[in-house]
Design a protein around this ligand. Sequence first.
Ligand code: MSP
Length: 647
Amino acid sequence: MTWSITTPIYYVNGKPHIGHAYTTIAADAAARWMRRLGHDTFLLTGTDEHGQKVAEAAAARGMAPKVHCDDMVVGWRALMDRLGITYDRFLRTTDADHIAVVQGVLTWMKERDLIYRAEYTGWYSIAAERFWTEKDLVDGKCPDTGTAVVEITEANWFFRMSQFREPLLAHLAAHPEAIQPESRLNEVLGFLRQPLEDLCISRPKARMNWGIDLPFDPDFVTYVWFDALLNYATGAGWSPGKALSATRWPATVHLVGKDILTTHAVYWNTMLLALGLPLPTTLFAHGWWVSTDGRKMSKSLGNTIDVDGLIEGFGVDVLRWFLLRDVAFGADGAFSYDNFLVRTNADLANDLGNLAHRATSMTVSWRGGAVPPLAAPGPAEAALAELAHATVASVADAMPRLAFHEALEAIVGLVRAGNKYVDTRAPWALRKSGDEAGVDTVLRTLLELCHLVAALAAPVAPGKMAELGARLGRDAATLDTFARDVVHGQVAALGGLTTGAPIHHGDPLFPRFDELPAALAPAPAKETPMAPEAPPTPAVPTITYDDFAKIQLRVGRIVEAAPHPDADRLLCLKVDIGEAAPRSIVAGIRARFAPEALLGRQIVVVANLAPRKLRGVESHGMLLAASDGDLLVDLVSVDAPPGSVVR
Ligand code: MSP
């Protein structure tokens, strides 16, 4: 059976950034690991190319949408290449086979009455390209994007998603491991506590025509998420009516960011249930990279991380290492260049680079560059061999669980033990005392350690580990074979090299960086020509002083912040505004702030707003925030005691 892993398909309009690089690197490292163990592995990635925003961006450039996509996709493919992604298919939702699958699914569902036409009135968010019900809105705005919504009545086509709530709950009860980490499963179960509505899966062409035509109604195109999610089926080679055994479905792992958990865990899974297809084995939602103040990165905040600059400055392997090593996969991570330097210097320049340097330089200087025999192993060598064996087991356990940080931590632990071993065994002293067998033993042990590390870490840092392998006389394919054999216990962890084989010494494998390379000097955020135009500012009506005086604004201090159990975009806050107990306020700011980054912040609260329920949680007030177009930039902050009145 195929071990397959997917990334989300990226909005073709977007400028690739560190978040996209993260998902894709993680998928690639896992795929490389599984592939070398001998699994039939399939890595699927691609671009999401339909929908209103793409149509608008194309129009702004005076291009047909497909021509615009053809142009934009070049940048995405190039990014994949620069990141060293070994994808098996790069799928575009404008590919002919995908369009055929989407239309086939629509017809199949329509024939079975899983799709029906109905008149619908709702609040439509242009930015999110979807309808919301009244209760979904946050402060009258789109809960996903914080932008204005308009009330629209129109006919549309609906997928009977509501029918599949019970079967989905039953599936998750039987397979709780299907959504990971566990906290994400709980989020999904929380969401499913409410009744599930049917899903609007069409858009009238009169409003937006850049999409896949509904095969049974020429007035509509397919809703972009319904289209995009089916990419996983197309990529697996499935189409309606095809025998499952002739496809790569079900996917083993869908890797997504936490912001698109619901669309996958609920929309996609119910679509699969309706189609009678098995559900993916694992849906893994990873965390976000945020800036050190807890804000999500964005171009207008000027806090984005320059992926190309990092690759040029440090090399792609260092970037891959850092992203997978620094943060537990699943949790959020705060990105700072300082931390990047500290972490990669410690792991790579000081620990791994140093070990490789010592092993190869001593072998070249003292043994003419030939692998010496393990002449006289003693307790120190036995202890290291045992640790090496345990490290193999830890890495082999962690990688298929996508616990990259655990795997890399185990590898770094072994490298550190290796450096300590050299210091303790002091081969230079052994040499002075004429103990040549001792010198051979230490050198052989060190070379074997480097070889093992190169084999274990290659899925994460393929280029550099291939280089290390080459210095030890092993090509990439031989390293892969060794990795498979060592994981399967067919060869000793420190038994991969051959006595007498040639060893090379070269420049430091990982140079130390004491400051940021020039390419990364913070530059003003660049504007992309495709940036959607800011909507025109609506005329603001004048109000009287009495109108204003009705609003009571107070200073509050955030004392608790937690994700809303049922809504990806909302945070539940407790805010001290000088009353007996803190106020509960629900705010649509989760895309911008990690909860922990908000604790202690002094903000301004509209204190006399009528209470209302937001996705089932009562909110008693509203926060003031500054935004730049669609983007929430910051909360209004005040340095005054909680409860102070703001006028
Ligand atoms: N097109 C949809 C996915 C459709 S899948 C059927 C989409 N595209 S996206 O380009 O906006 O985002 C793709 C991925 O990038 C998501 O998994 C998202 O979580 C991830 N990231 C975007 N910003 C991120 C960070 N700052 N940090 C980590 N990953 C984040 O959504």
